[in-house]
Design a binder for this molecule. Structure first.
Ligand code: KG4
Ligand code: ZN
Length: 337
């Protein structure tokens, strides 16, 4: 029997709804919230209100686009956390209502697991090689930076973690210092392409084992700019591309050096990246180069499945459905999962 999952993602500032049938994406719609751009970060209260306004029309369109009717849906999967509590509440409550109305099971999904499971999303007409287990994945998003060993579809072990900021925060906060709107990652990526990555040198943090740290980089970037601006108020404007290229270069080298260490320590060569920062073209290129050099079997998700999307919640829901891992309606969202 076919398994069709309706998936809801509302952990941060994007309302996304997807329909997944037997692991294949039938639809994956995202309503972005531009409202946060001028604030330099996501405003939680505005985010939950926007989710409330978006969730019904986005679900409606996702079902229409998938070409199914509500009777075809076998279960509703939703992001339980981690994320902004108010935002999660909207998605969780909506998912519960939908499941109750159709009398179908409810599946709670960990947003971070889902980013990693994005590697298993299938698309009709596209052949895709899937990772085999154990699979080593660098998860780099706006709120998290982790090295994860995936033992099977649902069992994951965190072997490295940031002790302060996430890689995405390093992009966003340094971007804010340069006057960029939130999120700054995509713009830094674009400008870096035209800059010299060796123009400015920033120190790599010393952190033991497989852990990361990005807050020192943020501070040194801030102080560096403050000093240069004293001599030349137009310093940022004149050196934008070089600043972005140098910043991106140090972030990538911090990430990749820990991933190499993790591969050496675990002996795993099935390697992937996931999360919003894995959309970064410099990181994707550097990963491809390392994979050739180190004989890694490399997996990089399509850009649309790197940043927040409901298809990744749907694929996680699909594997949980196959294992009969459902949850009750008493389940509550978790800001920290
Ligand atoms: O995974 P995601 O969409 O949301 C979270 O779960 O946090 O990640 C968002 C993060 C933001 O920090 C954003 O700046 C970063 O991903 N990002 C990028 C790029 N696209 C998104 N960072 C660098 N280069 C990009 N192209
Ligand atoms: Zn995310």
């Amino acid at each position: 029997m076919a398994v069709t999952i309706l998936a809801i993602e509302s952990s941060c500032d994007d309302t996304s709804v997807a329909v997944i049938k037997d692991g294949y994406v039938l639809s994956n719609l995202i309503a972005n919230q531009d409202i946060h751009m001028s604030y330099g970060g996501v405003v939680p209260e505005l985010a939950s209100r926007a989710h409330q306004a978006n969730i019904v029309p986005v679900t409606d369109q996702a079902i229409v686009k998938a070409g199914i009717s509500t009777e075809d849906i076998n279960a509703v999967a939703f992001t339980r956390g981690p994320g902004l509590l108010g935002s999660l509440l909207v998605g969780t409550s909506f998912a519960k209502g939908f499941a109750l109305a159709l009398d179908i099971p409810l599946i709670e999904v960990n947003h971070l697991h889902a980013h990693v499971l994005a590697h298993f999303i299938l698309e009709k007409g596209k052949d895709k090689k899937l990772p085999s287990f154990p699979f080593l994945c660098l998860l780099v998003s706006g709120g998290h930076t982790r090295i994860i060993v995936m033992k099977n579809h649902l069992e994951m072990e965190v072997i490295g973690n940031t002790i302060d900021d996430a890689a995405g925060e390093a992009f966003d906060k340094c971007g804010k210092v340069m006057g960029f709107t939130y999120p700054a990652g995509p713009l830094i990526d674009k400008l870096a392409d035209e800059g010299d990555m060796n123009a400015f040198v920033f120190a790599k943090p010393v952190v033991k084992g497989l852990d990361f740290s990005f807050s020192g980089l943020k501070t040194s970037f801030l102080y560096f700019l403050r000093d240069r601006l004293k001599d030349d108020p137009d310093f940022i404007e004149k050196n934008k591309a070089d600043l972005c290229a140098s910043l991106q270069h140090i972030i990538i080298s911090i990430l990749i050096s820990k991933l190499i260490k993790a591969s050496t320590m675990t002996g795993i060569r099935e390697i992937g990246i996931a999360g919003g920062v894995s959309a970064n073209s410099g990181l994707r290129k550097a990963m491809n180069e390392e994979a050739v050099k180190r004989h890694w079997n490399l997996f990089i998700p399509e850009i649309r499945y790197t940043t927040d999307n409901a298809a990744m919640i749907g694929i996680s829901g699909y594997y949980k459905y196959l294992r009969g891992e459902f949850c009750g309606h008493e389940v509550t969202p978790l800001a920290r999962y």
